[in-house]
Write a protein that binds this ligand. Structure first.
Ligand code: DGT
Ligand code: CA
Ligand code: CA
Ligand code: ZN
Length: 582
């Protein structure tokens, strides 16, 4: 784990323990906030730890947090964290990690039933003792049992590409139900996060009972978790949870906005509403008419805006914000979000494999697929010799392959086929072919495939060396992570971005949903610095071109515009940029 990730974990646990011992909410929030800042930060926090002022200059990090960060960097420990952990039974943190079990309930179970770990919880669950606690009841206990059994099976978030396919099938299914009007997915999926906790579906309908019933009985449902009038939850056989909310047509915009999130974005919007004498909730934006027992929508108060997101943003003096950037990362500080890149902007694929290495397509099939997608250029970039498991090409085989690509390019009209390679970057930064051979290629993607556990300093050196090589165009999947499977490298992203700028090299967003590497926060940093970005699918089959959409939402989460994306350039501009490195 990187220093940032370790410290983020520590601050997160501190905030949990503070909740458990009933500390001041401001303190709890401050710790949770620092955890989030550290998680999102692309600079290695250790680099800032020589001076507390550098840390407190970051919004949300106070003097106390800065002290703890410095202490950790210097000693590898945070004393206050250890003291906090000592003040509660360690096992309680595991109990708190069970979905649906908040700090209040855990505290209650600890104080009144002596539950201090998952093991004691499991024992007491069957004793009948828990049901007798205040605010518990048989239903809560049943839910805890259920969650426990489930937590043992699936603890991971679902990858974007898997969640998207499920969500689209559900939306299509529910759209056909009698009375259904608008059916859409919201939540982290609409924001295009790389992993999804659960799928949130919103629907308007003239027949709420029909859609709720259909939802709970749809194919793939393993268990119904909740069956209310306007809210249902199910768990699919794949383990993914799906929430359906039936929404009134008149408040669809407000609901979309609320359930799209992010939570942090919503908080800022609500604060903004309050400053204007308004109140924002999932039913609409209402005038603030003082304290009442019932919320405004229950009292028939007419909303200022509710039907569309646009109207609500406008009433708050804001321009509509694309879902992908609703993360409280500055999107409400600008007058308008720049025009972010879209799927249709992409006109070239610069990273694809054929049967020469581990792909399933011939050169011709690859070219035809790219042409069918409306691209002006496709690069054939098979693996280099060190990727033995991927049937990487020896220099001799690569030269024959180049000839075959040139021949296909002559023969096939309507698209330019470039000869390239995805060259392995060795652990020390050297490339897998000599310069003479690299110079014969139109496109060179340099990617790390091995030694993906090396330390941050070595990884930075390795990748900066590759980025600085005069014959390299693109750094492919820079960290080598595989979501839910492999952490990959933790290079200093700023050093990479600087090298990319200096040598006019592009950084890749690998659009395969198992990678999405660069990830959103990396893209944002690169975009802010003015670096070039490539969005490639790394296609091995014709279908793999469909991954492009995941690369696009990741790019949008990083505020990428077409201008900085080499795949969106005209043929002439792209080719002259490629040739400048020859
Ligand atoms: P996930 O499912 O963990 O990938 O992330 P989300 O963002 O889909 O979160 P989820 O499913 O818990 O809730 C969907 C949206 O509903 C969330 O993005 C914002 C909104 N929301 C949920 N709970 C709260 C809350 O307590 N406060 C506010 N302001 N918004 C909430
Ligand atoms: Ca969700
Ligand atoms: Ca949800
Ligand atoms: Zn590849």
């Amino acid at each position: 784990m990187s220093t940032n990730a370790e410290l983020s974990h520590i601050f997160n646990e501190m905030s949990k323990v503070l909740q458990l011992i009933g500390a001041n909410p401001f303190r709890i929030n401050a710790h949770a906030n620092v955890a989030r800042i550290l998680k999102d930060m692309i600079v290695d926090v250790a680099e800032l730890a020589d001076d507390p002022a550098k840390l407190t200059a970051i919004d949300g990090i106070g003097a106390g947090s800065a002290k703890k960060i410095i202490e950790f960097v210097q000693t590898g420990k945070v004393k206050e964290y250890e003291e906090l952990l000592d003040s509660i039974p360690r096992g309680l943190l595991d109990v708190m990690a069970i979905p649906g079990l908040g700090p209040k309930t855990v505290k209650l179970m600890w104080e009144k039933a002596g539950i201090t770990s998952l093991a004691t919880l499991k024992k007491k669950l069957n004793s009948g003792q828990l049901e007798k606690l205040p605010r518990m009841g048989a239903k809560t206990v049943a839910n805890i049992k259920e969650s426990l059994a489930f937590a043992a099976k699936a603890s991971q978030r679902t990858r974007l590409g898997e969640a998207m396919i499920l969500a689209e099938a559900i939306v299509e299914f529910l759209t056909m139900v009698k009375g259904a009007n608008r059916v859409e997915y919201a939540g982290s999926l609409r924001r295009g996060l790389d992993t999804i906790g659960d799928i949130d579906i919103l629907a308007t309908t003239t027949n709420p009972a029909a859609i709720s019933t259909a939802f709970r009985a749809m194919p793939g449902v393993q268990k119904v978790l909740a069956a209310g009038e306007t809210k249902s939850s199910v768990r699919l056989e794949s383990g993914v949870q799906v929430d359906l909310r039936v929404i009134d047509e008149q408040s669809f915009g407000a609901a979309r906005m609320y359930f799209t999130g992010s939570k942090q974005h919503n908080v800022v919007l609500r604060e903004r509403a309050i400053k204007k004498g308004l109140r924002l909730n999932e039913y609409g934006l209402f005038p603030d008419d003082g304290e009442h027992d019932e919320p405004p929508q229950k009292r028939g108060v007419k909303p200022v805006a509710a039907k569309t997101e646009q109207a609500i943003y406008a009433a708050l003096d804001l321009v509509w914000v694309p879902p992908e950037v609703r993360e409280d990362r500055g999107e409400l500080d600008v007058r308008e979000t720049p025009k972010l890149i879209e799927l249709d902007d992409i006109k070239a694929e610069l990273h694809a494999h054929t049967i020469a290495s581990d792909g399933k397509m011939t050169i011709d099939e690859l070219a035809h697929e790219a042409k069918a997608r409306g691209f002006h250029t496709v690069a054939v970039t098979d693996h280099s010799r060190s990727s033995i498991q991927a049937n990487g090409l020896s220099p001799k085989r690569l030269r024959e392959h180049i000839d075959a690509v040139r021949e296909a390019n002559e023969r096939i009209k309507g698209i330019t086929i470039l000869a390239g390679s995805e060259v392995d970057i060795h652990a020390d930064g050297r490339l897998d072919y000599d310069d003479k051979l690299l110079a014969e290629l139109d496109v060179v993607i340099a990617s790390p495939h091995s030694a993906l556990r090396q330390d941050a300093k070595a990884a930075t050196r390795r990748l900066v060396t590759a980025l600085s090589h005069p014959l390299v165009h693109v750094l492919g999947h820079p960290t080598g992570r595989l979501i839910n499977k492999r952490e990959g490298l933790h290079p200093d992203l700023n050093a990479l971005i600087q090298a990319a700028l200096e040598h006019d090299t592009a950084l890749e967003i690998n659009a395969n949903y198992q990678r999405l590497d660069l990830r959103d926060i990396h893209v944002k940093a690169a975009v802010d610095a003015g670096a070039l970005i490539a969005i490639n699918t790394d296609a091995h089959t014709p279908d793999n071109f469909d991954f492009l959409r995941y690369g696009i939402v990741t790019a949008r989460r990083g505020w990428l515009t077409p201008k900085q994306c080499i795949n969106a350039w005209t043929k002439q501009k792209l080719h002259s940029w490629l040739r400048a490195k020859r």
